[in-house]
Design a protein. Structure first.
Ligand code: DI6
Ligand code: FE
Length: 399
């Protein structure tokens, strides 16, 4: 089925013009791909479509990509939020066995269906704002069967919801209680699970949390070596709470992205630039943990490192389910431009997932699109608490 969308303002995020802007644009989809994009006035006379839709000046953009989430988990951490408000720090709570580990307990206690229903609700909130691709990490099971269950739930979301799901194995997220005092034994176990997860088609990439309350660079390296042997790409929660030089380590393995990066230093930036690694900034976690140290945005920009933005949705450090709010926070908190922030949830987010078939409006790209009730895309970063998404097209189909 082919559809010709006419008289749209197009932010193609492609080419040299700011926003890849086309003021009075047309876009043809054929099946699940984009077949033609350009100025409405330049439409070839020979071009025909089964259906024609006049957008009357509405904005059309690529579907949004949330390239870092922890969407599958049981329970919530509202009580921990209250404790933090009374003065306890995120690290203190984690070191006392709360934090990630309390979500592990709740996740293990939940059935597959309970995990699916809760995660589907979260995914629908993202989808409603024009999101068409979501990355989902494991990391709240921390045992072979529970990690596989969580990855399986993520895969099921991708099958049953109108959204592409990319899965990431994050077994090296926290030390589970069974391995207290034996982090290296746990890393041995986590490395041993990966081939099976991979063989069952559960994993698209491998991640780790390299920090004082996570794992050491040496432990991270062992996870990465295992991923490399399996041909799986890696990414890293790096330099979030301290500088472990994780970004340089990840870049050595050609990481797709390094994520958080509040404590990233100049050698880390150089290594990322040389490796083509995306800087994934997560303003939701920065905000919710009341961090004061900004990621080195100016230096990343100067180095030409592509910057992506995501929700990092998780129950502890970023319980946010609005990628549009992250655009606003990327601008207000990180002083990014609205165009940089938007590239961060489209073209650069695609790159952070190793996907070259989405994130731009161009012939051959997937027809994952969003139509917005705004005159200019900068408005998507400007307002918050309102959802201007009028229509969403997933693989050529209106959803
Ligand atoms: N860093 C984060 O911000 C999340 N994971 C991580 O490694 C937090 C996960 C949580 O607190 O549940
Ligand atoms: Fe995260």
């Amino acid at each position: 089925m082919s559809i010709l969308w006419r008289h749209a303002r197009l932010a193609t995020m492609d080419g040299a013009r700011p926003w890849g802007w086309i003021e009075d644009g047309a876009l043809l989809t054929e099946g699940e791909r984009i077949a033609w994009v350009g100025a409405d006035a330049d439409l070839p006379a020979t071009l025909t479509a089964a259906q024609e839709i006049d957008l009357q000046g509405a904005l059309m953009t690529p579907g949004l990509i949330d390239a870092h989430t922890h969407l599958v988990y049981g329970g919530d951490r509202a009580a921990e939020f209250e404790r933090r408000l009374q003065g306890a720090s995120y690290e203190e709570i984690a070191k006392a066995g709360g934090g990630i580990r309390s979500t592990v307990t709740a996740t293990r206690a939940a059935s597959d269906d309970q995990l699916f229903v809760a995660a589907a609700k979260r995914a629908h909130a993202l989808i409603a704002e024009g999101v068409t691709t979501i990355e989902i990490k494991s990391g709240y099971g921390l045992a072979e069967d529970h990690e596989a269950r969580c990855l399986g739930v993520a895969r099921r979301l991708g099958r049953e919801l109108p959204v592409t799901v990319r899965t990431t194995s994050l077994a090296a997220h926290a030390l589970p209680p069974e391995y207290a005092g034996r982090p290296d034994d746990y890393i041995d176990a986590a490395c041993a699970w990966l081939p099976g997860q991979h063989a069952r088609g559960l994993v698209d990439a491998v991640d780790a949390f390299c920090d004082t309350i996570g794992f050491t660079p040496a432990q991270t390296r062992r996870i990465f070596d295992t991923a490399k042997r399996l041909g799986l790409p890696v990414k890293l929660h790096a330099e979030q709470l301290s500088n472990q030089h994780g970004a340089s380590l990840a870049a050595e393995y050609g990481a797709l992205s390094c994520d958080h990066l509040e404590h990233l230093d100049a050698p880390g930036i150089d290594a990322m630039r040389a490796a083509g690694t995306v800087a994934m900034l997560l303003p939701g976690a920065y905000y919710f943990l009341r961090e004061t140290r900004l990621p080195p945005i100016e230096a990343l920009r100067a180095a030409g490192v592509p910057i992506a933005i995501a929700t990092d949705h998780n129950p502890g450090s970023s319980p946010v389910l609005s990628l549009l709010l992250m655009l606003n926070m990327a601008c207000t908190l990180f002083r990014m431009t609205p165009e940089e922030a938007f590239a961060g949830v489209t073209v650069h987010a695609a790159r952070a997932l190793g996907l070259s078939d989405r994130g731009r409006l161009a012939p051959g790209q997937r027809a994952d699109l969003a139509v917005w009730d705004v005159g200019h895309p900068r408005e998507l970063a400007y307002r918050f608490g309102v959802n201007p998404c009028r229509q969403r097209i997933f693989a050529g189909q209106t959803t």
